[in-house]
Each structure stands twice: as C-alpha cells, then as structure tokens.
Design a protein around this ligand. Structure first.
Ligand SMILES: C[S@@+](CC[C@H](N)C(=O)[O-])C[C@H]1O[C@@H](n2cnc3c(N)ncnc32)[C@H](O)[C@@H]1O
Length: 447
C-alpha cells in the first residue's frame, strides 16, 4: 500500500543520487557518500552506490552530446536505451539532470528482464517526477514491430531480454551495465546501433580483464594478461579491443571517448559508426603490450616468439579518450548539472528525504570525485603517452624514494613536456616525456 509520498511498505528510505531522488528497498542500509568496492549484495531493488560516479559521468556525456551536437544534428532527436536498467536510476538521472533545453530531443527507453525492478522504476518516476515534463509518443516508425512496453512521463519501459530490446530499434545511445561480463550482449548491442552511435559498457569481471583469472580472460576476451602495474590499463584496453573487433565484424569502427578502470569495474564509452574502411583498419589499433627491461613497455602489433612471455594482449593500443569531450568533464560542469539545489533538497525533504548539510557537502565532494583528474589528463589520454605507477619510479630511476607528484609534473613541464594524473584508485600518471628524460627529472628532483 502506498502512502501520500508514494512509498510502499516494501520501500525503505529515500536517497539522493546526483539531484535525483531514489527510493531504496527496505532492506538496504543508507549508502555512504564514498562507497568503494563491489556491492555487498544485489537484488531487484538494490541500488549499487559504488556505481554512482559512472552514472554521473553518463549524465555529463549525454548532456555534452546534445549540447555540442557530436552525435545527432542540432534539430534531431537522440534515442537512448539503458538495456539493463534495473530500477532505472540511470535513466531517471538522464531525464532529471540533462539540462531542460535538451530534454524534448531526448527519447529514453529503459529495459530490464526483472519486472520487480521495473515496477520500482515506474513507481519512483511517478512519485518523484523529473524537473521537466516530457510527453513523447512512441516513435512507431522506428520499430520493425511495435515493442511491448509502457510510456511513463517521457520514459518508455520495456521488459525484454536485452538482446531483443537492443535489436528492436536503431538507438544512438546504448548503455550496457550487466552483472559481470558484457560479452553476451555486445553483438546485439553493436548490430542494434544506428549508423552513428555511442555505446557505454560496464564490465565488473575485472579478474578476467586484468589477467588475474587467466582462464576466464582467455575464454571471454581471448586475451592473456600479466598482473603488474599495467593490469588496470590492460583491462581497459582488452575490453576496448573486444568492442572494436566486435564492431568491425559488423562493418563499424570505434573512436574511444572515455575509458576508465574505476575501482572494481571497467567502464568504456565509444563512438561507433558504420564504415567498411574504418572497420578494415581495426587491426592497426590492436596489438600487445610488451614489458621492457627498464620497467616500461611498448605496444607492438605482434610480439616476437621470445617476447610472448612478457606480453599481454591482444588489446586496443590506440588512443583511449576524446580530448575535447573528456576535457569538458570538469568539476564546475558536474556541479552545475548534478549538484542538487536547495529547492531540490527541500522537495525531497517534503517527501521524507533525510538530508543535512553534511550530506550536501559529502554528495558534492563525491560528484567532484567522479570527474577528478579527467579534464587535466584529457589531452595526453587522447594521444600517444606512457603510463607510470608512482611506486615504480624509485626502482626505475635508481633512487631511494619517489618525488611528490605535483613537483614531478612541474619539472616535466619545465622540460617542455606534459604530465597528468590518471583517474584510478592507484597513483598513476601519463606523460609524453621520453623515458630517459623523465628519469633524469626524477633524479634531479631528489638530488
Ligand atoms: C548491474 S544491474 C544494472 C544496474 C543499472 N544499470 C543501474 O545503473 O542501476 C544488471 C541488470 O541486468 C538485468 N539483466 C540480466 N540479464 C538480463 C537480460 N538478459 N536481459 C535484460 N536484463 C537483464 C538484471 O535484472 C539487472 O537488473
């Protein structure tokens, strides 16, 4: 039975992610503002708060595509599908947090196999509606056969196997966020995309992607890993490689926009367009990472027989990000789109949200953390660079301890190169300085 605020007996407390109200299930504890690590439990109504930063970045990317017209023409609609939407927090955030001026162009479909989760999505969307009302009718000309689903204040909700949902209309934006590996859904996702499209993929099977589970890495990704300082970057590149080769099989090519190892999952976002020539070139961006004697690495298309033991791959060896798009993912931007106003909070509180000043402070800090280091690293991550783990520097340079990161970056810049920290749980940085010059800088700093 629902009360005046729309809560049912099975519902727990209200929570706010970004500026969107989320109804937690009764048995879920209040999330902390900085959750790390894999979710302790899952279930139909369970919200995984550790995925909030990925959802926040998804809001930023979608808003950026509409604002800068890099996916569809200015006067065209953009059709977005969250193929495995669970309780629909991502689609509700798209509807609520992408700026109002773009909302009428945004057509959103939410799909999941779990009806209980979908009912929670529909109830939450009804009781906590988005700031802008959007009334689309179903675009029936878009579908081969009309899908079964229902429209709820600008969200079309379907209860299908994702592989069917993905093929039902040509979507320009597809989000794949499964439990574990996305491999089962990739073919359908790529085939269902429109001619020019954007695909975001989450993989939580990091053991397979990093190589720490060799057999599942081989089976799912056809890849061999080495668990060392480059394992996180390998994981990102192995997933990108699988997406690029899957796309190529369907005459499409990819351009990575953002690719991150975010603690316990990998998340990659790529533009995909139909192009036979582009697809034929895919192998030029595929290769292996071979470890050098000095602790660095080089990318090669094929390792020589005596290099195989110190090589991981095959993987994507091209650029990882789009400089302009990632460069716009700033702290100011995330706060202006996703930080709740006092009105948002008061409206939530009137519905039963318990939220104090500390919550506001921590939530804003978490939003900033979801884009931390991205804009600053955007240039280097979109061109050739070398990745370093701070902890490896003393050994590499033959010094007792490493320099401070800020001092190192300043010195690298004084030498005419660039360096930036990479968003990762570990202290990684990227630079375009040649290895010998970087080592000289490290030694000089510690002399
Ligand atoms: C990790 S959750 C998605 C979380 C969601 N994207 C979010 O941000 O809150 C994975 C979802 O995939 C759904 N699922 C699993 N297999 C599916 C399939 N074959 N077709 C559609 N949904 C499926 C599950 O019901 C579950 O809700």
């Amino acid at each position: 039975m629902a009360d005046a605020s729309g809560s049912t007996e099975r519902d727990g407390r209200l929570w706010m992610e970004g500026k969107t109200l989320v109804q937690l299930s009764a048995d879920q504890e209040r999330p902390t503002h900085m959750p790390r690590g894999p979710a302790k439990r899952t279930g139909p109504g369970f919200l995984n708060p550790a995925m909030a930063p990925a959802r926040t970045r998804s809001v930023l990317l979608l808003a950026d595509a509409l604002e800068h017209d890099w996916l569809v023409k200015p006067d065209h609609d953009l059709r977005a599908l969250d193929a495995l939407c669970a309780t629909g927090v991502r689609v509700r955030r798209w509807r609520n947090e992408v700026p109002a001026e773009h909302q009428q162009r945004l057509r959103i479909t939410a799909n999941d196999l779990d009806n209980v989760a979908l009912n929670r999505l529909i109830a939450a969307h009804e009781h906590h509606p988005p700031a802008t009302r959007v009334d689309h009718a179903l675009e029936d000309d878009r579908y081969e056969r009309l899908p079964s689903g229902t429209m709820h204040n600008g969200l079309f909700v379907m209860n299908n196997d994702a592989r069917i949902a993905l093929m039902e209309a040509a979507y320009q934006w597809v989000d794949l966020d499964p439990f574990g590996s996305p491999v089962n859904f990739l073919d359908a996702a790529v085939q269902g995309l429109s001619r020019v499209a954007f695909l975001e993929v989450t993989a939580t099977d990091t053991a397979a992607l990093t190589g720490s589970s060799a057999s599942s890495g081989q089976r799912r990704y056809g890849a061999k890993g080495i668990v060392d300082s480059y394992a996180h970057d390998d994981a990102v590149r192995v997933l990108l490689g699988l997406i690029a080769t899957t796309a190529a099989r369907h005459d499409r090519c990819v351009e990575p926009v953002l690719a991150l190892f975010d603690g316990h999952h990998v998340r990659v976002s790529v533009k995909i367009r139909r192009s036979r020539e582009g697809a034929s070139d895919v192998l030029q961006s595929m290769g292996w990472r071979v470890r050098n004697e000095d602790g660095t690495y080089r990318f090669v298309q094929h390792p020589a027989p005596d290099e195989v033991g110190k090589a991981s791959g095959p993987m994507w060896i091209g650029p990882l990000w789009d400089k302009d798009i990632a460069g716009r993912m700033t702290e100011e931007r995330v706060l202006s789109l996703c930080n709740p106003t006092e009105d948002d909070i008061s409206r939530g509180q009137a519905n039963g949200l318990i939220w104090n000043e500390d919550d506001s402070k921590y939530a804003a800090r978490e939003l900033v953390r979801s884009v931390r280091y991205i804009a600053q690293a955007a240039d280097l991550m979109s061109r050739e660079h070398t990745l370093y783990h701070m902890d490896d520097l003393p050994n590499m340079a033959g010094v007792g301890h490493g320099p401070k990161m800020e001092a190192l970056f300043e010195a690298v810049q004084q030498n005419g190169y660039h360096a930036a920290r990479v968003p990762d749980i570990d202290p990684f940085f990227v630079t375009d300085a040649p290895h010998d010059e970087l080592m000289a800088v490290v030694r000089a700093l510690l002399a």
